[in-house]
Design a protein around this ligand. Sequence first.
Ligand SMILES: O=C(O)c1ccccc1NCC(=O)[C@H](O)[C@H](O)COP(=O)(O)O
Length: 214
Amino acid sequence: MKNEISVKICGLRSTRDVGVVAGTGAAYCGFVFFAKSPRNVSLELARNLALRAPVGLAKVALVVNADDGFLDALTQQVPLDMLQLHGSETPERVALIKARYGLPVMKAVGVADASDLPVLESYFKTADQILVDAKPPKDADLPGGNGLAFDWRLIAGRRWPIPWMLAGGLTPDNVAEAIKMTGAKQVDVSSGVESAPGVKDPALIEAFVSGATA
Ligand SMILES: O=C(O)c1ccccc1NCC(=O)[C@H](O)[C@H](O)COP(=O)(O)O
């Protein structure tokens, strides 16, 4: 990486995806556990993919309002470096999950306007990181991964006390501008590096990482 930007590529579903992401020098890869998602993976597939990830590529499991039964199975079967909570988990639930599994937790918070920022701040004491994502439309099937951006001016120049990652509608073409406008040190993408829903495109992954780190 030429600069200090860390990149997360989310929604990997094949060993080819993992190899491509590892080859770009991205910092994180994400596996989605959400039945309605075109990126959903089974525990068995996720385990196989996670075992292919080289040292230095952090493996993140994305879950949505998961119960302890699922999280027990997930953490027992899949070697992970972080949990990403992408539902309506409260700060108290974040604290319980951190304590129970001993893994760093990144809480996703949807942003549509300035009234969403206090919600984000409510996780500073319990989450290890915040994923600052676009709020999904009210009728969306997915709580994330919709390829929609929010108005980056809402968070321009903000300083927060814990690490955070920018997400939502990022692409190879806009990621450099998003970083410049928000001051993000970490970026996350899924739809923007796909040729079809759930199908990652190696050339777009490479272009995204280049755009973020140039
Ligand atoms: O990707 C999904 O299908 C998904 C399903 C359920 C919850 C979250 C989901 N994705 C979140 C992400 O992949 C990212 O963390 C982020 O929201 C960026 O998505 P995108 O706008 O597609 O780049």
